[in-house]
Design a protein around this ligand. Structure first.
Ligand code: F6R
Length: 606
């Protein structure tokens, strides 16, 4: 939820740390801070609000001197977002400064114990206990203090610690942390986005491990303090991928990247007209052993799962349910070794999704993860991984993450149906052909809607927006409504069109906008009847329909057209203009699009 960075080098640390925090700001933007050591003492600067406030306050870091340091950008969990609760937190003797991402679940008990021992607390955070534990355990050896303090913590945390004498440590437990190896300087960060301007050589820490960084070396230790050899990986993303590239917002850039991301995700998996996954295959026996599929995820990843459910059931005739990870983890689910659990996550670090994965795995499920971030916790925990090659997604509202997840689910459905012997060769070839055509179709969905900002200007006045549709259209409604509400703060909700008359239509009146998705042709006439119903109650209708559909023009007040694809892939083309619509509505309403209020990109806490 928060972002942490660390630096050890021979140049000034603060400007490097602040630049890193800017790149991690999507993870939280309630407050920001840095602590640097000049070898004798620790200098701290922290402030409520965006990283820009920190940078303004310190003249881009020039005011705080020291060559080793840690930084933090916060999404508040314990304690209000203010200057005092901002990280870093200091030990009372000024020897240690700590930054933290995650939640220390036993902090209340530790705080009680430390208070009894005479330590006083300046903040309301869970993190501050770590600073005092470090002081309590310090006996002249900072590394031993870090190890002992970490052994007292329960929960999820990645920590950055500096000692006044200039030593720098990073600790990982169930929260992302990556080490970067430079030349004459080394780094750590919650995400590679902060490392790629400096290096592509990284080490993924595992849970329970910690590291000491100096300008010349990184040494990784296990939980008992024994040095461990870690492989060095190469990051495939380049620095441009994590920058705005001339767009006003990351969200717009990422919407526009979707044709390329779809292609990067799909093309390498089609060899000689056949779908093959590099890290996922099952024997015939294993395949026939599966009697149900459960898809679990949170938010948009779950909505991509809803699309997947329709496509997999349609093609594979296997029962599929989509379960919210936050519910599944506590539901005592009926799962056994005949269940294939498909876990979807852009970040690979979502706390609820990780917990649901662990729970279902413990009950015997085979776990396939669809993940964007290489080396993430979910990728490590799963039995099989299919990566979405969307590149770094920085905007809080996911766009290319969602469409590439849907792309993988479509491929998975075709692959499964074929392996189960349920698909004629002609249909298989046609679907593979249609997949190849999708990047062009996504581009067309963008091009057909170049004027969508005008529609957004006209419709941004609405405060209640209903998204309705049937079958695959309904699945897309869920994501369309979420996109709009999270960045424009308009109340928007998705309803299955046929369900409207069972209650919700009571809310529809003059002043309501009903966005009607009408691309699922087998039920088009039924959806048209729903349009009549809401119009009869005074609602304005914005429809989404397939290019060439003229019938819709007489029914809807406005229409967004999308290109015709194979009907199973319509959701991918449909969501693109809805993302653009949400973007421009939010812009019209003056919202901070890349940093929506109360949200953060990666929900690594429960
Ligand atoms: C919405 C959004 C969230 C995420 C959800 C899961 O735009 O981004 O709803 O989809 O928090 O995140 P991941 O995919 O990282 O597990």
């Amino acid at each position: 939820m928060c972002g942490i960075v660390g630096f050890a080098g021979t140049r000034e640390a603060a400007p490097v740390l602040i630049d890193g925090l800017r790149r991690l700001e999507y993870r939280g933007y309630d407050s920001a801070g840095v602590a640097v050591s000049d070898g004798a003492a620790i200098n701290v600067a922290k402030v409520k609000g965006y990283v820009k406030n920190l940078s303004d306050m310190t003249h881009d870091g020039a005011d705080i001197r020291g060559r080793i340091g840690v930084g933090h950008t916060r999404w508040a969990t314990h304690g209000a977002p203010n200057d005092v609760n901002a990280h870093p937190h200091m030990s009372s003797d000024g020897r240690f400064a700590v930054v933290h991402n995650g939640i220390i679940e036993n902090y209340a008990l530790l705080r009680q114990e430390l208070t009894k021992n005479g330590y006083t607390f300046a903040s309301d955070t869970d993190t501050e206990v770590v600073a005092h534990l470090l002081e309590m355990y310090y006996d002249g050896d900072a590394r031993r203090a870090v190890m002992k303090a970490a052994s007292r913590l329960e929960g999820s945390y990645s920590l950055g610690v500096i000692c006044a004498d200039g030593r720098l440590f990073a600790v990982r437990e169930q929260s992302p942390l990556i080490l970067g190896l430079g030349v004459g300087e080394n780094y750590f960060a919650s995400d590679v986005a902060a490392l790629v301007p400096h290096t592509k050589n990284v080490i993924y820490l595992d849970d329970g491990e910690f590291a000491e960084l100096t300008p010349d070396a990184i040494t990784v230790y296990d939980v008992r303090g024994r040095a461990v050899e870690k492989p060095v990986s190469k990051v495939a993303w380049d620095v441009e991928a994590a920058e705005k590239g001339g767009y006003e917002h990351f969200m717009l850039k990422e919407i526009m990247e979707q044709p390329a991301c779809f292609k990067a995700t799909v093309e390498p998996r089609i060899k000689d007209g056949r779908i093959e996954f590099e890290n996922f295959d099952l024997t015939d026996e294993e395949l026939h052993d599966i009697n149900r599929i459960i898809i679990t995820a949170c938010g948009s990843a779950g909505y991509a799962g809803q699309v997947g459910r329709y496509v997999i059931e349609e093609l594979c005739r296997v029962p599929v349910s989509v379960e919210l990870a936050s519910e599944l983890r506590y539901r005592n689910p009926i799962i056994d070794r005949h269940t294939l659990l498909v876990v979807i996550s852009q970040s690979g670090e979502t706390a609820d999704t990780i917990a649901a994965l662990r729970e279902c795995k413990a009950r015997g499920a085979r776990v396939l993860a669809i993940v964007n971030v290489v080396g993430s916790t979910i990728a490590k925990l799963a039995d099989h991984v299919i990566y979405t090659w969307a590149g770094p997604e920085i905007a809080v509202a996911t766009t290319k993450g969602y469409t590439t997840q849907a792309a993988v689910l479509d491929m998975l459905a075709i692959w499964l149906a074929d392996r189960l012997g349920l698909m004629e060769k002609e249909r298989y070839d046609a679907l593979v052909e249609a997949l190849h055509a999708m990047p062009g179709q996504i581009q067309r969905a963008i091009d057909l809607n170049r004027g969508i900002h005008r529609l957004a200007k006209k419709l941004c006045k609405y405060n209640d927006i209903y998204f309705i549709g049937r079958n695959l259209d309904y699945a897309v409604c869920m994501e369309g409504a979420l996109k709009l509400k999270e960045i424009s703060y308009i109340f928007a909700e998705a309803y299955a069109a046929g369900e409207l008359k069972h209650g919700t239509i009571a809310l529809v009146e003059q002043g309501s906008l009903v966005v009607t998705l009408a691309c699922y042709e087998p039920l088009f006439d039924k959806t048209m009847s729903n349009i009549e119903e809401v119009k009869a109650r005074g609602a304005e209708v914005l429809a989404v329909a397939l290019e060439g559909n003229r019938k819709i023009l007489s029914k809807a007040d406005d229409v967004i057209f999308v290109p015709r694809t194979d009907p199973l892939f319509n959701p991918i083309a449909q969501i693109v203009p809805l993302q653009l619509f949400a973007y421009y509505v939010a812009k019209e309403r003056g919202c901070d699009i890349d940093k929506p209020k109360n949200l953060a990109k990666s929900v690594t806490v429960e």
